[in-house]
Ligand binder design. Sequence first.
Ligand code: NAD
Ligand code: ZN
Ligand code: ZN
Length: 393
Amino acid sequence: MKALTWHGKRDVRVEEVPDPVIKEPTDAIVRITSTGICGSDLHLYEVLGPFIGEGDVLGHEPMGIVEEVGAEVSHIRPGDRVVIPFNISCGHCHTCAQQLYAQCETTQVRDQGMGAALLGYTKLYGEVPGGQAEYLRVPQAQFGPIKVPEGPPDERFVYLSDVLPTAWQAVQWADIPDGGSVTVFGLGPIGQMAARVARHLGYRVIAVDPVPERIGMARRHGIEVLDAGRVDVAAEAIRDMTKGRGTDSVIDAVGMEAHGSPAAKLAQTVTGLIPDRAAAGLMSRAGVDRLAALNQAIDTVRRGGTISVVGVYGGMADPLPMLRMFDKGITLRMGQAHVKRWIEDLMPLVTDDADPLGTEDLATHRLPLEQAPHGYEIFQKKRDGAIKVLLTP
Ligand code: NAD
Ligand code: ZN
Ligand code: ZN
């Protein structure tokens, strides 16, 4: 089959690789019909090289049709239309029982001290080949795959693999009070959806990004926006909009920003970044302040407020402004999304004819799998108006 494989920094290729086969009675094989490129893939593309094996198959946002199931998989069968959560969880261990699926004890990479295995996230997270491919072996398929109805286009469901539950959890973790307000830093796919979810739940939303097309998309969905390319200090501007207080909550949907993007030059605060041993120093070399968004979030949130960090950071960050965080009494909550935990909340929204979250207005590009390398490039460089790129194997 054809699959998107990693070969080096900014070097991904579509190649012939062996077809996946059932290895465990809890596996399933799925023929992929749509699969997203995510901001998290950009970390592999740009900075996480030391963790990746040449030829690793990437991708963690797939959906498709079940081809084959192992003996212990009974809730889905060949022919079913399914979307696959990006975290691989067993559904029955100590942490899964608490719906902390991203921390599944059955699949976590214990010797590296990491959480649940992830699809397509290399040896960092369990070395499970990913879903930017024609076919995918899904481990723990007795629990993971989510059956979706026939009829509506893939765009309605494909984001249940990651983007929507991640955005939903970001809003839950932000702990916004009734009638309250939230600032969303970053208007990539995650920030777009976090802003839409927060608005859908009735909160005031202000969103910040430097990329005109991304600002335009959020504005189209009724979000108040700040152009980070024009406003010098977002925190000050947001205090001006909120009686001097800042918003009740802030969502950081940026994380470590890929080097070379238009946003990299936005770095405003100088923070040192001490690489951890495993990262072998590479993450600190980009020469940009990878904590720009988090520092702005700390400045922006009102006293006693909550910051929900949904963007992924790597390495060790030092120093965080601990006195400022302590004095303001900030709560910080973060982590990978527990995908399946939020599906019950989201399914009624994605199947609603009115498409309240605008799932059909997120993908700016739909490319054949063969053009995946081009998709990575335009998504990273924010070229050609790329906001969400979906691949069609
Ligand atoms: P993306 O790279 O398209 O989005 C990042 C956005 O942040 C871009 O639009 C960029 O212009 C903007 N930005 C950069 N610096 C900024 C700044 N200082 N202020 C305001 N905006 C700024 O990626 P995405 O797919 O939307 O993902 C966003 C983050 O979420 C990534 O770090 C990704 O790894 C992470 N993520 C986390 C989870 C999870 O489970 N927690 C799941 C999926 C993605
Ligand atoms: Zn993703
Ligand atoms: Zn588990």
